[in-house]
Design a protein around this ligand. Structure first.
Ligand SMILES: NC(=O)c1ccc[n+]([C@@H]2O[C@H](COP(=O)([O-])OP(=O)(O)OC[C@H]3O[C@@H](n4cnc5c(N)ncnc54)[C@H](OP(=O)(O)O)[C@@H]3O)[C@@H](O)[C@H]2O)c1
Length: 286
């Protein structure tokens, strides 16, 4: 990708797997990238680290003092699946960050999740679908989206579906043990490769920096909702694994997520379905 003639400063708060992949991409385009997390020794080259805990507002304010960021991406992930972890990471940490920015950014991008949808009837959902989650995780993520969207500058929420990619291969490991999903109850899953998460965010950042107006919400998922049965049986076939058992996974609802809006914005998926994405993973991480 060509280097930008104008360098911008992009802050990635919660600079983990997705954030670091995004940061490396932006740095290679010539931007100055700041990665904020507690353990900055895990940041890749090209990303300037700020070591701070998002839940500690005094330290956060001190460390961000005098730093102007053109774009802020909030991509922190809760360290555990608990109401406390979710509240602290997605709502309190975000609030603290918003109160610590020295100057208003041109655009804020908040990374959310398709966990905000309650639909469990295989229906097709998009950015206009109602979100009435019953789970604590979905409810807190909805609160976090509202917190982000109340910020006094242009803000976009990006809802990712299930992220997979290098090092995130729990489903492959399960199938390698011979365990697959049953045909019934049918469960649709929606997924996106880690590199497409970074790709979608980089695409939206480029648009925002170019002065284009972004939508308030994008649902970012690949082109191909599929049943767990189809995904796990396809994997077993690719791996040449004999199926030994069937077990239903934790149900995160059964819905089909539409990526029409992000595609209409011009984003082209590197991995349009689980087949391309997992085939690439099997080559690098057999
Ligand atoms: N997993 C999925 O399938 C999925 C689906 C939809 C959406 N998402 C969302 O996608 C986003 C990116 O996920 P990811 O895979 O990149 O997560 P990740 O690799 O776990 O990275 C998250 C980062 O947040 C940092 N962090 C957590 N708590 C923090 C705190 N209190 N202060 C400062 N930094 C903190 C962690 O770094 P330190 O530990 O060093 O602080 C970590 O590097 C998250 O918002 C996640 O909720 C995930």
């Amino acid at each position: 990708m060509p280097l930008n003639t104008q360098q911008h400063t992009i802050l990635i708060a919660g600079c983990g797997d997705v954030g670091s992949t995004l940061g490396q991409r932006l740095a290679s385009q010539g931007h100055k990238v700041i990665g904020l997390r507690r353990n900055i020794n895990q940041l890749p080259q090209g990303i300037q680290g700020i070591s701070v805990d998002l839940t500690q507002i005094d330290d956060l304010q001190a460390k961000l003092q005098g730093i102007h960021c053109d774009i802020v991406v909030y991509a922190a992930a809760s360290p555990n699946f608990s109401p406390e972890g979710y509240q602290q990471t997605y709502v309190d940490g975000l609030n603290n960050l918003l109160r610590s920015l020295s100057t208003p950014p041109k655009h804020l991008l908040f990374v959310s999740s398709s966990g905000v949808y309650h639909q469990d009837d295989d229906s097709l959902v998009n950015e206009n679908s109602p979100c009435l989650p019953r789970s604590f995780s979905g409810k807190i993520m909805c609160d976090a989206e509202k917190t982000a969207l109340a910020a006094p500058y242009p803000t976009t929420v990006v809802r990712f579906t299930g992220i997979y990619g290098p090092g995130r291969n729990h489903l492959l490991k399960r199938v390698k043990r011979g365990d697959v999903a049953p045909a019934t109850p049918r469960q649709f899953t929606n997924r996106i490769h880690r590199d497409d998460c970074a790709g979608v965010l980089a695409h939206l950042i480029t648009k925002a920096l170019g002065g284009e107006k972004l939508e308030t919400i994008y649902l970012a998922t690949d082109n191909t909702p599929a049943t767990m049965y189809d995904v796990t049986h396809w994997m077993a076939q690719q791996l040449g694994i004999k199926v030994l058992s069937e077990s239903a996974t934790r149900r995160a609802g059964s819905k089909r997520c539409s990526n029409q809006r992000i595609k209409e914005s011009g984003y082209v998926f590197q991995y349009p379905s689980y087949k391309e994405g997992y085939a690439a993973l099997l080559k690098t991480d057999p």
